[in-house]
Design a protein around this ligand. Structure first.
Ligand SMILES: C[S@@+](CC[C@H](N)C(=O)[O-])C[C@H]1O[C@@H](n2cnc3c(N)ncnc32)[C@H](O)[C@@H]1O
Length: 415
């Protein structure tokens, strides 16, 4: 086992940016070197995927959605799960009615509302958060096959990570900034050819946001859909732009097609960010850079013996530090790929390599890309029920691995 992992977000959120964390981490680390106690400001914090990925000591996290912010504040206070949570249509509509009753009687800022918000988010259609004109939550039942709900202990663990962060509800322009804040702004996507409000955020809002970010004296980063007018707007405001392929998004109609994303920066050196996101090569480069910055010696493509099938076993990377040698196997899966079906065999091969050599102490199996349906099953230890591998192999998402590698903590065992 490794040192304690940062929990991932408990929420499903449209436009969640967990996939962007490996790109943002080096930028955030460079900022911290210059500003050691710097603060992360997210005017559109949503599911906290980015803040949880960057793990700032100080953070100001804002969103216009009061139920979302109530949820985070209740988690900070130690959210206890007392309500029944099952993937059941009747229960869903009963919980939805109770949530709406709490809103109607002014009790939406409560622990009960936070539990209901969490349950509705996980169980409702596509994780959507929609309200009708009278402010009532109206998302239908989601029809998922299985849902794993977090327990009180999971929320307690998350609470420890977010304890010192400040949460606010409101429009982004109301935020009180400090000149050296690092702003990461992730507004609702611009939807081209409309001037009216899309996702509650109109074109006029997009323009005001660009002006607001331009007025900030410190580091400012913006992600958005790379529509022509967003590109023009940020170019005109003097930002530097790079383009990335967003994995897939959830939209109201369930469209999951890839989107071209733009990352715009002021007072941040984004030239270091690799721009072709969807290849195993970039995945490998990112992992290597993180290992080196965490103080590991790295060698690539090493023949370490034979696999149980008799074929040569070539490992992607070996990382060494303090006399500990780690085998690192990188698996990349695009949409509807089959890499995930090979994971149990890869675990067996890694265990076999460790058992047959005193040189290799432990292994990491890193899951990158966005085509996984079993990533959570693997990274939460689901395979352990069938295969006792935990002393030798850690299965981890790319984002988590990059974070631990950067901190130089891969080789340490938890107590
Ligand atoms: C694309 S999402 C952010 C996703 C987030 N980065 C994540 O990883 O989950 C945009 C967020 O902006 C919020 N929002 C919409 N209009 C806003 C406004 N005017 N001011 C602040 N937040 C707003 C929405 O509630 C939503 O959570």
């Amino acid at each position: 086992m490794v040192a304690e992992r940062t929990p991932e977000t408990p929420l499903k959120w449209a436009g969640g940016k967990r996939w962007l964390v490996p790109y943002l981490l080096p930028l955030w680390n460079a900022y911290l070197q210059a500003t050691p106690h710097g603060r992360l400001v997210e005017p559109f914090c949503g599911s906290l995927s980015v803040a949880l990925g960057l793990q700032p000591e100080r953070a100001l996290l804002n969103d216009l959605n009061p139920h979302l912010i109530n949820f985070w504040r209740q988690v900070q206070r130690g959210l206890t799960i007392t309500l029944p949570m099952t993937n059941d249509k009747t229960l869903y509509y009963a919980h939805r009615a109770r949530f709406n009753a709490l809103i109607a009687c002014g009790a939406a800022e409560s622990a009960e509302a936070a539990q209901l918000f969490y349950y509705l988010n996980r169980t409702g259609f596509n994780g959507l958060c929609r309200f009708n004109s009278s402010g009532q939550f109206n998302v239908p039942f989601g029809r998922y096959k299985t849902i794993t709900y977090w327990q009180t202990a999971d929320f307690m663990r998350l609470a420890a990570h977010i304890a010192h962060w400040t949460f606010t509800v409101g429009n982004f322009e109301a935020l009180a900034l400090q000149p050296d804040d690092f702003i990461y702004a992730d507004p609702p996507y611009d939807v081209e050819f409309t001037s009216y409000s899309a996702g509650g955020f109109s074109w006029a809002d997009q323009v005001r946001l660009a002006e607001w970010l331009s007025a900030h004296r410190g580091a400012a980063l913006l992600s958005n859909q790379a529509t022509a007018r967003i590109v023009d707007l940020y170019t005109a405001c003097g930002f530097e732009l790079i383009y990335l392929d967003a994995p897939r998004r959830i939209s109201a109609n369930g469209d999951r097609s890839p989107a071209r994303e733009v990352l715009a920066a002021r007072n941040v050196d984004i030239a270091t960010v690799k721009t072709q996101s969807n290849t195993g090569k970039v995945h490998e480069d990112m992992v290597k850079a993180a290992l080196i910055s965490g103080g590991y010696a790295v060698v690539e493509q090493v023949k370490i013996g034979k696999r149980p099938t008799g074929k040569i076993h070539k490992i992607d990377l070996i990382a060494s530090k303090d006399g500990v040698n780690l085998l690192i196997s990188l698996k990349w899966q695009q949409t509807s790929g089959t890499a995930e079906e090979k994971i149990p065999f890869e675990v067996i091969c890694l265990m076999d390599a460790i058992q047959n050599s005193e040189h290799y102490h432990r292994a990491y199996l890193v899951l990158g890309g966005n085509g996984w349906s079993l990533r959570e099953f693997y990274t939460r230890g689901g395979l352990e029920k069938f295969l006792a591998y935990k002393d030798s192999v850690t299965i981890v998402s790319l984002e988590e691995f990059v974070k631990l590698a950067n901190m130089g903590r891969l080789h340490q065992k938890a107590d």
